[in-house]
Ligand binder design. Structure first.
Ligand SMILES: [Zn+2]
Length: 137
């Protein structure tokens, strides 16, 4: 029996899902709109998947990136897939702003300022869910 944080507990709010992938919104006041694309099945590496599934995941990641760009107009979008602590395929999709707590460092890097302290608004969340459903379902 493996112990895996993603299998055991859904962090954040599911804003879109099918039976293969889900997009979760990590409610984070330093990183408004921070989403994660998670493979529902426990798999460790992208190369453990067939090409069709790999492409599906990346298409979802890029769609989330596009939608976050439209809604939040960030300075940059960061995409990251590490999984050293949680070896279950998931992609971080993080809108970054010049005023955020770590910019231009990685959001896991050294904090440089207080940051935005601004959570996603109800309207922004509604729009995120609408656009995800429109483009992924
Ligand atoms: Zn897992």
């Amino acid at each position: 029996m493996i112990s895996c944080a993603i299998c055991e507990h859904i962090e954040g709010e599911i804003v879109w899902s099918d039976n293969i992938l889900r997009v979760v919104l990590l409610d984070h006041q330093d990183y408004r709109g921070y989403c994660r694309v998670e493979l529902i099945e426990h798999k460790k590496e992208m190369t453990d998947l067939d090409e069709v599934l790999r492409s599906k995941i990346m298409a979802c990641v890029f769609k989330v990136e596009e939608i976050l760009k439209v809604i939040f107009k960030p300075e940059k979008i960061n995409l990251a897939s590490l999984g050293n602590k949680t070896p279950h395929i998931h992609w971080h999709v993080i809108p970054r702003f010049k005023e955020d707590a770590h910019f231009p460092n990685s959001h896991w890097g050294e904090k440089l300022r207080e940051g935005l302290r601004q959570a996603i608004s109800a309207e922004e969340k509604k729009e995120l869910i609408r656009l995800l459903n429109q483009s992924l379902s």
